[in-house]
Design a binder for this molecule. Sequence first.
Ligand code: IFM
Length: 797
Amino acid sequence: MNYGFFDEKNREYVITNPNTPAPWANYLGSPEYGAIISHNAGGYSFVKSGANGRILRYVFNQEDKPGRYIYLRDDETSDYWSASWQPVGKSLETYKSECHHGTAYTNIKADYSGIHSEALYYVPLNKTYEVWRLKVTNTSDRPRNLSVFGYAEFTNENNYENDQVNLQYTLFITRTYFKGNKILQTINENCHKGCNGSNRKERFLGLVGSEVASYNGDKASFLGRYRSYGNPIAVEKGACDNVLNYNSNGCGALQTKITLAPGETKEMAFVLGQYNDEESAAILSSYENLSKVDQELEELKAYWHGKLSNLYVQTPSSEFNNMINTWNAYQCFITFIWSRAASFIYCGLRNGYGYRDTVQDIQGIIHLDPEMAKEKIIFMLSAQVDNGGGLPLVKFDHNAGHEDTPDDPSYAQATGHPAYRADDALWLFPTILKYIGESGDKDFINEVIPYANKDEGTVYDHLKRAINFSMERLGAHHMPAGLHADWNDCLRLGKKGESSFVALQLYYAMSVLRDFASDLNDTDYIAYLDEVQKVLGDTIQENCWEDDRFIRGFKEDGEVIGSKKDPEASMWLNPQSWSVISGLATKEQAEKALESVYRELNTKYGARVMAPSYKDHAFDGALALLFNGSTKENGGIFSQPQGWIILAEALMGHGNRAFEYFMESSPAAQNDNADVRILEPYVHGQFTESVESPFEGRSHVHWLTGTASTVMVGCVEGILGLRPDLDGIKLEPAIPSDWKTFTMDKVFRGKKLHITVNNPSGAEGGYKACYLNGDKLDSNYIFAAALKDENEIILEM
Ligand code: IFM
């Protein structure tokens, strides 16, 4: 069953049945002013921090409430409903709703009792407040007298935990005022005269475009005793009782009354933010002419659609097109910008950026906005310790050159991360390679950037130190130690245990750095890399290849993890995909390893991260045991590695398999299976429950996940075969054999490429000929120097 559809042209997902299996969310604004909204208007807002800057209350792990509620009431019949289906929740027999989630805006349309409403929610570009614009149209044939109520439930304090549980304090620090067209809430309002002035906060909910008829600043007065958001007493009665809170929960509730002739439309806007009386008055008066809302909406669309249009594909698969052109791409920007800041799962407590997650997130947007990526790459390089390792958590107030490291007890105390992880800095290699390839900014390699704790070095030096970090922490088999974790947070291999995944990443990193070294003509270093890469390659081959698979590594006592003989966890996904991505596996090994994945790990919802799940045969470092079988790292279908298996299959020219993995795990492909998948059909989650779960196919942890970037890379570099490198771009699609033709419009280094791929003979990989602006090329590689401003490229498969 589905609950909506993709509107490809408008880059929207449209929810036509609001009774979805979970709140399906959208992101408005940015972490400077962040607003998360569900299709039923549930959600919260914050300034700078979801945990410490929370201004709208939302109760986690509940039924999606409260939210940004707009109630409508027929003042003749006393019947009332909400502009979003919830919270009033009228029967869907009579109440029709369409929620349009778009790029940084959400427009909820409803039809009930001859009244059409459209509630548009957004945060204007570069602004730190939000707008709820309501348009109401009388679609009946008689004049209508309506009340409209806007309701925002302010937190009593910016810290969300205090707001929820520290009531002996937070109830007594807030009060509200009515100021003509707004409710103004103050917190610690006397603090400008004493105590800590910075505690003082003011928030407002204001109304423009219509007169306020009544108001409430007190939540209990608005809702009434033993009532809830679905039946507030104020709405039921048809008026707020003008009570303001003092030592009780605050809110902003404003009522206005409108009369509509048949066919007539009226509009108004509620505006909400954390600003004082004067500032909020200025903001509100700037909306006196409500046409500003349409302008701001157009600005938002132009901003986001502009970025997204740097790659536009038209393939025979609407699932693929919807994800690559809009939703996966938009999710990549959201994870890039928001990191793991806030969602309906993440409350905002994490006080920094995870190193690996952030460096991975960057990869998802490089093909769309390399400049934006560069800034973050520099930031992450400045969070690399001078020993070459990454800081596991980079604090939001990171002070490059002056940070403590995991070697200092104070770092663990401040961040909760007691030790280095083996993989963090190794993610820099694919990310920097992609950035330089996409942008052509070869000089970047010579840019000088500080280390996290002391000293500075060029990007090249940073990368060399990252290699050293691994080389200085090798185990008994001469492979990198797994340390506190490798990519898998649930594998704690320590200083002696070894990780084949990190070994493969290191092998790959050496190849990337070799290219940079040869561009810089650094012959000594090339010789060094050749030598150590050979030793590393040999040791992986000797110790990790077992018949039809690469093992996962070694425990501290030297025992193998992921051997075919193991009763549990005998097959692991990542070493197989990375054996191909890294370039280490021979063709024969690659074919066998990928076949083993398909045979032993694949399910109808994608490939499991390992199997069988741990139950009775785990070891101390196998923290996956904490989870139920078929869940998360314990044999679940971890979503991030789906991107790597797609890429690996594509690199082998297995277009059918690559696309099969794409379809199995793609949210869009599950649109008609929403009751099983549960999560939004337009965003990737962190994982999907696999075969041992009674809820096989159910996905979890929406939006903020590294999956967005790995799947994007798997699709763009793998299936579409767009592979920029230092001097140009290689085109090597690996597609389903029934794709006869498709096109890609790509902006590459400021030049426009219109690429047509023709596949008359039903190939799934390889190419026969490539033409640039009518000239046949020697290969499928296009030198950037050969490009004009606009280019017609044809690839014959
Ligand atoms: O790689 C990690 C990531 O950093 C956080 N989520 C889980 C992944 C796998 O353990």
